[in-house]
Design a binder for this molecule. Structure first.
Ligand SMILES: [Zn+2]
Length: 348
């Protein structure tokens, strides 16, 4: 007999028999999807940024020359060998049952068509208000329950969103729309800030960190998403979020009753946000790098070798000034590589 499966995180009734569930719908994390006539779910490209590292991720069918541009020549081969691991954060097994997966797929399929339509200035989506709200909250919930990201809602909030999704989602969306609005659904709001088509030509980031919880803020490619689980929260000050906060006050509050408006920002403005993101995370990583280096120093010490302060300075200098391609710059891996180079040159 097969190992017993956990229960589906959404309905809590059926076994979580579904494999290959996408945590974030493909159309939101795609970087390049312009191969003529080809549609697929295996072409994500970008960097997943966590509290202490930058991890490039990409799908299976991405063109090698695009990857090379993104990661640099040297890394390409190594990464191609181990690409399976890069995808796994966005695709997980056994958190949903196949019924719940179908419900989410119906919602995604509906919303992806709406999302494709946009304008170059703030716009109102043509989506049904209830379905749009459920769509964005379904992503927040999935990111929180999938253990692949360090982002986590508090327990009470996670339960509330599960309750809403479980109450409302149906494979047939017209059934969803016939349900009366309950107080849970009535209380949640969100804001969206988007730079349309930015991800067609630029690498995008996925940032989901537990530090950004007032409101819950997640950067999903070219879209900044902000979630307010209580009405009162929507009117209080927004926490900093890589410069996105500059635009939040101009972004309409969205909900099942207010509808969905999207605040549009320019390429330059999202560039600014991305640069800001990298600077902040680099600073955080510099703090962590001190810890990584001490570990290496201890290890060297145990075999009678010394990594001097001067060498440490050299390592940090090289890392700080790295001009590596976007996907690996200032990653832990790069730090360790530079450290190894310096050790090889200086310690005999
Ligand atoms: Zn289920």
């Amino acid at each position: 007999m097969a190992d017993s499966l956990p229960k589906c995180r959404l309905c809590k009734v059926n076994d979580a028999d579904q494999t290959g569930s996408h945590i974030v719908p493909h159309f939101l994390v795609k970087h390049i999807d312009n191969e003529e006539g080809k549609k697929g779910r295996d072409k994500e490209l970008g960097a997943k940024i966590t509290a202490d590292d930058t991890v490039p991720y990409f799908g299976k069918s991405i063109l090698p020359e695009k990857l090379e541009e993104f990661l640099g020549n040297e890394k390409l081969e190594e990464l191609l060998d181990s690409q399976q691991g890069y995808q796994s954060d966005f695709i997980v097994d056994h958190i949903l049952c196949s019924d719940c997966e179908k419900k989410l797929a119906a919602l995604e399929s509906y919303y992806s068509k709406i999302h494709a339509n946009h304008e170059n200035q703030d716009y109102t989506t043509s989506s049904d208000k209830v379905l749009a709200t459920l769509f964005w909250y379904s992503i927040l919930w999935r990111i929180s329950v999938a253990s692949t990201f360090i982002f986590k809602m508090n327990e009470r909030d996670e339960k509330k969103i599960r309750r809403i999704l479980n109450n409302y989602l149906e494979i047939d969306l017209s059934t969803t729309l016939q349900k009366p609005i309950d107080s849970d659904l009535d209380s949640i709001h969100y804001r969206l800030i988007r730079c349309p088509e930015y991800s067609d030509d630029n690498p995008v980031n996925f940032v989901a960190s537990p530090l950004h919880n007032r409101p819950y803020s997640i950067m999903i490619g070219e879209v900044g998403t902000f979630f307010y689980l209580k009405k009162s929260h929507a009117n209080s000050n927004n926490q900093m979020f890589f410069g996105f906060e500059e635009f939040i006050d101009d972004a309409s509050l969205n909900s099942h009753s207010l509808g969905e408006n999207v605040k549009v920002i320019s390429n330059d403005e999202l560039d600014e946000v991305n640069i800001h993101t990298y600077k902040l995370l680099r600073d955080q990583k510099f703090k962590n790098a001190g810890i990584w280096l001490r570990e290496i120093q201890n290890r060297l010490h145990s075999i009678g070798k010394v990594l001097t302060n001067e060498m440490a300075k050299e390592i940090f200098e090289k890392w700080r000034n790295s001009k590596s391609p976007f996907g690996i710059r200032h990653s832990k891996n790069e730090f360790l590589q530079i450290t190894m180079e310096v050790i090889k040159q200086r310690i005999h």
